[in-house]
Design a protein around this ligand. Structure first.
Ligand SMILES: Cc1cc2nc3c(=O)[nH]c(=O)nc-3n(C[C@H](O)[C@H](O)[C@H](O)COP(=O)(O)OP(=O)(O)OC[C@H]3O[C@@H](n4cnc5c(N)ncnc54)[C@H](O)[C@@H]3O)c2cc1C
Length: 293
């Protein structure tokens, strides 16, 4: 099917984009188009105006500044996966981006698009929650920050206003002793995950666990913050198999997964337990190594 008729503007600056977004009632940002265009073709989205931000170089950069990593919203998944600077300073983004769809999709799809689309099974929203990141959004003449904890309001629903453009994604920079891992289950290579779990933890100079952050995709109506499940690990200097499995049990109990054709609620809970145990083992080992994640 072809999409319904729409107007199109190729924005030349962030200001032009936000003005165009405010100029029509049903305007939408066009980023990688990997979710929006199929929805339009299926007539599930009928924007009157598409504001194309693909030519805004200002939205594509990656930098580390004063303890914060900043990604432009138009960073493609493939860039996150392959850029040497990202791989060195934010390896967990490379690990997660590699899990998204197929290469053709990753060549076009963007970080900002994935967050704004807010698919509850998408990996990057869960990663942002685990990292306690935030997004910067611009509208005509103003800018505001939205913490990850407030960004995701429901399935495919965010706290962004219709005239707001997500410009930047910020997460804390890697410190010595940080380690992260993302584990997911997919039935076929390139599919959306049935469920996924991100674990980000910090170990102090003596190896003791100081902080554990856990978030999941496919485990609730939004990317779920399941960090309370890892509180019992604080102060521990080693991770036993029993502790990793205990984290899995706690994550499964706290999750609120949907039941659908891809898996029942109980099946997804079991997956959550296995994935959380796997992710915490890998994150723990990385937190104790020089490179971290
Ligand atoms: C076959 C297939 C498999 C896929 N597999 C996966 C997968 O395994 N995991 C996964 O996470 N994703 C997957 N995707 C989706 C892919 O990651 C998309 O890239 C992503 O969901 C949306 O990014 P986009 O840049 O393409 O956004 P678009 O499709 O351009 O936009 C999506 C929505 O976000 C809004 N938007 C985009 N950018 C901004 C912005 N900067 N500010 C405000 N609003 C904005 C748009 O208006 C639109 O409503 C898959 C897609 C396909 C087609």
């Amino acid at each position: 099917m072809k999409p319904p008729r729409f107007d199109y503007v190729a924005a030349g600056s962030v200001g032009e984009a936000t003005e165009a977004l405010a100029s029509a009632e049903d305007s939408r940002v066009l980023a990688g188009g990997q979710s929006l265009v199929p929805l339009m073709n299926l007539r599930l989205a009928r924007p009157s105006l598409l504001v194309d931000v693909n030519h805004l170089g200002a939205l594509s950069g990656f930098e580390s500044h004063n303890g914060t990593l900043r990604f432009g919203a138009m960073c493609r998944h493939r860039f996150l996966e392959t850029d040497p600077d990202v791989r060195q300073k934010a390896p967990i983004f490379a690990e997660v981006a590699e899990l998204i769809g197929h290469v053709g999709i990753r060549n076009r799809g963007t970080l900002g698009g994935s967050l704004a689309h807010a698919d509850p099974v998408a990996e990057l929203p869960a990663l942002l929650v685990a990292l306690e990141g935030r997004v910067i959004v611009a509208s005509t003449g103003s800018e505001r920050a939205i913490p990850a904890a407030e960004l995701f309001a429901g399935p495919f629903t965010t706290g962004l206003e219709p005239d707001e453009l997500l410009t930047t994604v910020e997460v804390p920079a890697h410190r010595d002793g940080d380690g992260g891992a993302f584990s997911e289950f997919v039935r076929r290579h390139g599919d959306f995950a049935t469920a996924g779990v991100a674990v980000i933890l910090h170990r102090d100079g003596f190896g003791a666990c100081e902080q554990v952050r856990v978030a999941g995709c496919g485990l609730g109506p939004t990317p779920m913050d399941l960090s309370a499940a890892g509180d019992f690990l604080r102060g521990e200097s080693s991770l036993t198999d029993g502790a990793a499995e205990e984290l899995g049990r706690r994550v499964a109990a706290a999750a609120d997964p949907p039941g659908d054709v891809h898996g029942s609620k109980d099946y997804r809970r079991e997956l959550a337990a296995v994935l959380a145990a796997d992710a915490v083992r890998r994150a723990w080992a990385r937190a104790g190594s020089a490179g971290g994640a």
